[in-house]
Design a protein around this ligand. Sequence first.
Ligand code: URA
Length: 232
Amino acid sequence: MERLDKAIGSQTNYSRKDIKDLVKKKQVLVNGEIVLKSDIKVDVEKDNIVVLGEELAFKKYVYLMLNKPKGYVSATEDKSDKTVLDLVSEKYRHRNLFPAGRLDKDTTGLMIITDDGEFAHNILSPKKHISKTYNVTIDIDMNEDMVLGFRNGVNLLDGECKSAVLEITGKHTGTVILTEGRYHQIKRMFGCFGAKVVELERIKMGNFSLPNDLELGMCREFTEEELKQVRS
Ligand code: URA
């Protein structure tokens, strides 16, 4: 059991004072009854709590998918740049959200934002083998040396990369599947073949593909089913 104002505060942006005012205005219901005091004890597992006509869902963690546009950095705050958290709806701002993994400032596509540290660790750990798939465009012709090199493990300054898949899809385009996420990894891997990456988009994590209807800059919660696809 916990205090009603604390419980509401953990799921919304309302302060204790806001909640007190809402209670005064008879805008808070517990199990269908108007609440008279904001410090009564509630059980968030069992009690039905409605604020301003909206039922609170009491989620321990949230899992958001973002279609990251260019120009945003994968951080929670930054002195000079906009961060991916600037694209998250106000209603999640009270949570300690962070991006699970990084995409470069000029990379677009699927990014997961959550407050569940263990989940983030699991999907990023190379030991868990959760693959990340990218569409890539380079400045020179794709070639079979690159395909073989990626498969055998490209040597970077910080050590040999795990075997990766490069599938050529056009003269300058391909799909890359990685199971690790090192700093500027794809750019550095192509750099070993004298190529510069000009466009990079993450399209898939695990078995979950960036939905076609999630426009650039848009963010929404995962469903349970979609989260399972990420983990698999
Ligand atoms: N590899 C890169 O070089 N950049 C990214 O943003 C992701 C993978």
